[in-house]
Write a protein that binds this ligand. Structure first.
Ligand SMILES: Cc1ncc(COP(=O)(O)O)c(C=O)c1O
Length: 456
């Protein structure tokens, strides 16, 4: 079983990663730095990266479809981003003051993101969603948030339950008592249900959703649903928060709101916005962000405003990297290059499944790809088209053994995925990367067909 999951090959090619992991287990809580890096027998320890590739401590090269968890639209070590960061290092890394680059960064965001009448910087996507919910409650004076099953909004207590099946069971110990008491959860892609829920409950301040569909489009959503959410929320005078932590600056330079022509009241951002450094933002209408304003009236400022701190908000390094990155994304050429490679990957890998008669399909939007594969014990189907689904429990419930087999199988062939069985592309990837990846996938499917993966 171990060999079948690719673990044997990984051990042979990554002795250095194995040693760092062993050493790290005595220091690093949980042995991995992020739950998403869990990948037995050990994670890949990376030494350097450039463009669309990275190299591990043993010198192995990987075509990188993880890209700093989706943060690197231009690829690793982009020369303009690097130069902008280097120029700031000379002046100091963090002042704890407002500074000109904060404003320039905000103006760059405003130029691209349709809803961004105002921008408030934070340090991550998790923080952006925490602040957006607080702003929405502060603005409407209503206590509840409506979320959709399967959507991921960061690791904070309030919006965590619902990210993974079974969706009504908290995915973690240690959540604060009653943390999700103000959250209503319903399945997505059902506008009648949304309409009925908002009509019945006047305590809902905002509806939050991932613009891509759950977990960066692992569970796709039709664009008509986003448009429908906009109309229904308007009709019921409820705010719409679009989580663009993944889709922002990726689905289009202005994110999913530009791509689909849907302008939310608030959108949340991280990853690409800071050019590969830590950072995030809440964008939205001036009226709502006015909740953060001080007026000088002590009663107002103590009792009637939204509070927000954060030591590293809009720190100069992230601001410089963000400005350099957003400047290069303006115009859409980088988006087009990344999308072209992703389309070639989707088409090429799907053709492999067709030719080999494997029960699976490849899908995805913009610069992403997702591979759905049925397990040998799954109900048999005659045609691959019969597998196509938007059921969140199915698409987010691929067995861990299969996920690890696919991830480690790719890893042994010089390819790194993002999470589950999918990946993202960047402007620095090329057609050669796509061709090598399709060839690796073909070889991998030859190994897994009939054992880990079902055939037709
Ligand atoms: C859609 C979405 N929202 C929020 C987050 C949380 O962002 P962060 O990891 O920066 O806290 C993520 C992270 O991947 C995400 O994909």
């Amino acid at each position: 079983m171990e060999e079948r999951e690719g673990a044997g090959r990984v051990r042979a090619m990554q002795p250095g990663s194995a040693r760092w992991f062993e050493r790290g287990t005595k220091t690093i809580g949980g042995a991995y730095g992020h739950d998403g890096r869990y990948n037995p027998p050990f994670p890949t320890y990376i030494e350097r990266a450039r463009g669309g590739h990275k190299w591990d401590v043993d010198g192995n090269r990987y075509i990188d479809y993880r890209l700093g968890n989706g943060a690197l639209m231009l690829g690793h070590a982009d020369p303009d981003v690097n130069a902008a960061v280097a120029a700031i290092l000379e002046k100091g890394t963090h002042f704890g003051n407002d500074h000109p680059l904060q404003v320039e960064w905000g103006e760059r965001v405003q130029r691209l993101v349709p809803c961004a009448e105002r921008v408030r910087f934070v340090n991550s996507g998790t923080e952006a969603n925490m602040l957006a919910c607080r702003l929405a409650r502060g603005f409407t004076r209503r206590p509840k948030i409506l979320r959709f099953a399967g959507h991921f909004h960061g690791w904070h207590d309030e919006l965590l339950t619902g990210m993974t099946p079974p969706f009504d069971v908290p995915p973690s110990l240690g959540l604060a008592p009653g943390a999700a008491a103000g959250v209503t959860m319903i399945p997505d892609d059902d506008l009648d249900l949304l309409e009925g829920t908002l009509a019945a409950d006047r305590e809902i301040a905002a509806v939050i959703l991932e613009a891509s569909g759950a977990s960066w489009g692992t569970v796709p959503l039709p664009a008509s649903f986003l448009k429908g959410v906009r109309e229904v929320t308007r009709r019921h005078d409820v705010l719409m928060i679009l989580d663009e932590v993944i889709t922002g600056f990726r689905w289009a330079p202005g994110g999913a709101q530009e791509r689909f022509g849907v302008t939310p009241d608030l959108s949340t951002h991280a990853k690409i916005i800071a050019g590969g450094l830590p950072g995030g933002a809440v964008c939205g209408s001036a009226d709502i962000l006015r909740g953060l304003d001080f007026t000088g009236d002590s009663r107002h400022d103590r009792y009637r405003r939204v509070m927000h701190y954060g030591t590293f908000n809009a720190n100069p390094l992230s601001a410089a990297a963000g400005i350099a990155c957003l400047k290069k994304l303006d115009g859409g050429e980088a988006t087009r290059r990344a999308e072209e490679v992703a389309a070639a990957l989707r088409e090429g890998m799907d053709a492999v499944l067709e030719r080999r008669g494997i029960a699976g399909y490849v899908y995805g939007e913009a610069s992403t790809f997702h591979i759905y594969l049925a397990a040998p014990l799954a109900p048999r189907v005659q045609r691959r088209a019969d597998l196509v689904t938007t059921d969140a429990a199915t698409l987010k419930g691929i067995p861990t053994t299969m996920v690890m087999a696919v991830q480690n199988g790719f890893r042994a062939r010089g390819v790194e995925l993002m999470s589950y069985t999918g990946g993202m592309t960047c402007a620095a990837h090329g057609r050669e990367d796509a061709a090598q990846t399709v060839s690796a996938f073909d070889d991998l499917m030859g190994e897994l067909a009939g054992t880990v993966v079902a055939t037709l």
